[in-house]
Design a protein around this ligand. Sequence first.
Ligand code: NAD
Length: 377
Amino acid sequence: MRIAILKERHAGETRVAATPDTVKKFVGAGHQVAIEKGAGLTASVTDEAYTAAGAEISTLAAVLKGSDALFAVQTPDAATLAKLPKGMLLVAHLDPYGAEDRAKALAKGGIDALAMEFVPRISRAQAMDALSSQSNLAGYRAIIEAAHIYGRAFPMMMTAAGTVAPAKTFIIGVGVAGLQAIATARRLGAIVSATDVRPAAKEQVGSLGAKFIAVEDEEFKQAETAGGYAKQMSAEYQAKQAELVAAHIAKQDIVITTALIPGRPAPKLVSKAMVESMKPGSVIIDLAAPNGGNCELTKADEIVEHQGVMIAGFSNLPGRLAADSSALYAKNLANLLPLLIGEDGARAPHWDDEIIKGMALTRDGAVVHPSLVKQDA
Ligand code: NAD
């Protein structure tokens, strides 16, 4: 199979879908890899490093010509999609929730598209799970960004000149990103508490040495879906949760919000009034910014100041450590490769495999994902 890698054109995207390490693996297994000139530069990978690993460096047109698959971080822009040869396999983040129009356009172009967001959460797919690999780094980076913006220290310091108090850090939403944020904040010496609507989070938070706070009623006990995600909570639960968060947040210096419900806007959990209850100098990092934000005042890709509280809505935190996030993402793709080829190494996606079935948006000119086909009817 000939695999194409392009420079990412999505605004602010610094990651790249291949590293010299994965190129070497592909080439060693008998595949060809063609990479657009300069594709890795924002992730600290030079063209020379790719060449040394066995890739061919070329222009966009030459990279696409004769390629069987395009591995990308984000959905390529419309101009690039128009240039993809019919029958090409596209594997990328395709923002697939409710994306009927995009899926139809891909199908019309004859592109077989696999969405990385839809890798099923089963053990066999863990090594391909880009949401996890990227969320983990986002959780780490959220704390680093908070520490950078915060005008005080995270650890307690007892010095001859006086004592510096530890930063009180509150994590809202304890999935993959939230757990890494807890671990990172603890490493920096913060006092950490966290909340989630899924009961499974309680033990995980405790095992990381943080305090768990939540409304633990009957609804809480049922809040996890079979896929491990959170359900949309009732208005009654949300009111109780808001009361609890309001009382707790006023005493916090750092708040990291990561709460998401797949396919829905992010739940609004931090109100303007809650922000106003916080001390000047406090920092909120809202990881849900691309989904509308967990905080009422969040603006995507901006740092907003409100009564001395800084609210940062970074929409691509993995892109702020592009070398590591690219390396893990590229590895996710390399781990997926065996499901994309036949025994002879030629392009032959295993359409009946549970993982590929879960990821497939389009195939042979048609939209095939059940979530999109239903809405299509
Ligand atoms: P996510 O990004 O969808 O959401 C982040 C967190 O926000 C979740 O913990 C969710 O429960 C929480 N949340 C949603 N609504 C909330 C609300 N109103 N208030 C507070 N918190 C709220 O989650 P994720 O990081 O993708 O992880 C989801 C689950 O999947 C976790 O249990 C994780 O351990 C699991 N997981 C499993 C695998 C696997 O392969 N088996 C891989 C990765 C993650």
